[in-house]
Design a protein around this ligand. Structure first.
Ligand code: GCO
Ligand code: MN
Ligand code: MN
Length: 388
């Protein structure tokens, strides 16, 4: 079949959250437009469209007030549905933002009992995830922020966050869960300002933890774009540091509310560089779509949305291979890649430094060569628009 190459397969590791396909289209101005989708129905839908994985917050699966018996029944049903539909659970997470108890933060709240409750809720969510086979635990601190900085010193918030992460690493080791934690940054929404606004901020925090090797990041396209940043650069820095434990794919027009658009639908060129990077370096983790369908859609539209995320990824993956193999692009790259040049800048030695200090450079000559990036980018656009 012509389109066989865009058919999702388990090895593509496409995953969706229960909260993504199950999103009912509520927004601050309007109520739900779709009926509830049970976790079992969501798993069936994901199986039908060929997804590999399903992720959840504790309360996407088990209501916050469920009794232990209800919890066990729900988990059994859910696990059976996953098996029957060939869907796995690569990642689990915890909801530390919905309940009013977290209105002033969870791990960073001023109230010590709220902080303790946040730890309890997270440990229980870790138990739940482990029972379903999850090996990655995402932490997104949606309420860890402020409207007024009068409420606490921001460096105290950083210390509290660090303590909580250290605690949770020990819990994972104690229970032999073998979790990798993936920290997800976002600059704002729902708080006016969220601590740890960017992936880079989390990378810096991780190096101060007791067990940094257990903790990495979960960059999200929309969150980096909300901050006006380049998602591929955030992902690349995480990758280079050995910290890309998970990735949230969606799309977002900068300067707007948190849109969670279908992957690649707002800025396909940025999505292309991201897919190309993930494929070029051989990222093997899940490709998680943290997005949701337009509010205009019924559940058939939700399937279209989810299929679209995966299809766009696979199309961009194909375009990336085409880009890498394109003879003209290769020739351009050969022309601009590092040439032999001056070796004295490679590695410091006292002798290199003094030679370099007294060297003469042809500044004007170095600055005058055209780099052909216009041609390079137009070739990229030609490929993306399908005329090449
Ligand atoms: C958001 C976030 C969340 C997290 C999720 C996993 O903007 O709401 O992206 O969807 O990814 O809570 O922890
Ligand atoms: Mn988001
Ligand atoms: Mn996310």
């Amino acid at each position: 079949m012509e389109n066989e190459k865009y058919t999702p397969r388990p090895e593509h590791k496409f995953s969706f959250g229960l909260w993504t396909v199950g999103n009912r289209g509520r927004d601050p101005f309007g109520d739900a437009v779709r009926p509830p989708l049970t976790p079992v129905e969501a798993v069936r839908m994901l199986g039908e469209i060929g997804a590999y994985g399903v992720n959840f917050h504790d309360n996407d699966l088990v209501p916050i007030d469920a009794t232990p018996q209800e919890r066990d029944r729900i988990v059994n049903e859910f696990r059976r549905a996953c098996e029957e539909n060939g869907v796995v659970v690569p990642m689990a997470t915890v909801n530390l933002f919905y309940d009013p108890v977290f209105r002033d933060g969870a791990f960073t709240a001023n109230d010590k009992s709220v902080r303790a409750y946040a730890l309890q809720k997270t440990m229980r969510a870790m138990d739940l995830g482990a029972e379903c086979g999850a090996k990655i635990f995402v932490l997104w601190g949606g309420r860890e922020g402020v409207e007024t900085d009068g409420c606490r010193r921001p460096d105290d918030a950083v210390k509290r966050l660090r303590e909580a992460l250290n605690y949770l690493c020990e819990y994972s080791l104690d229970r032999k869960y073998d979790y990798k934690f993936a920290l997800e940054a976002k600059p704002n929404e729902p708080r006016a300002d969220i601590y740890m606004p960017t992936t880079g901020a989390y990378l810096a925090l991780i190096s101060t933890l007791d067990r940094p090797e257990m903790v990495g990041v979960n960059p999200e396209v929309a969150h980096e774009h909300m901050a006006g940043l380049n998602m591929t650069h955030a992902v690349a820095q995480a990758w280079e540091a050995g910290k890309l434990f998970h990735v949230d794919l969606n799309d977002q027009i900068p300067g707007r509310y948190d849109q969670d658009l279908r992957f690649g639908s707002a800025n396909p060129r940025a999505a292309f560089w991201l897919v190309k990077f993930l494929e070029d370096v051989g990222y093997t983790g899940p490709r998680h779509f943290d997005a949701h369908a337009y509010r205009t859609e019924d559940y058939e539209g939700v399937k279209e949305f989810a299929r679209g995320c995966m299809r766009t990824y696979l199309i961009l993956k194909e375009k990336a291979a085409q880009w890498n193999g394109d003879t003209e692009i290769r020739a351009l790259l050969a022309g601009i890649s590092e040439t032999a040049g001056d070796e004295r800048g490679n590695k410091f030695s006292t002798q290199h430094a003094s030679e370099l200090l007294s060297a003469t450079f042809d500044r004007a000559g170095l600055a005058s060569r055209g780099l052909n990036y216009e041609r390079l980018d137009q070739l990229t656009i030609d490929i993306l628009l399908g005329v090449r």
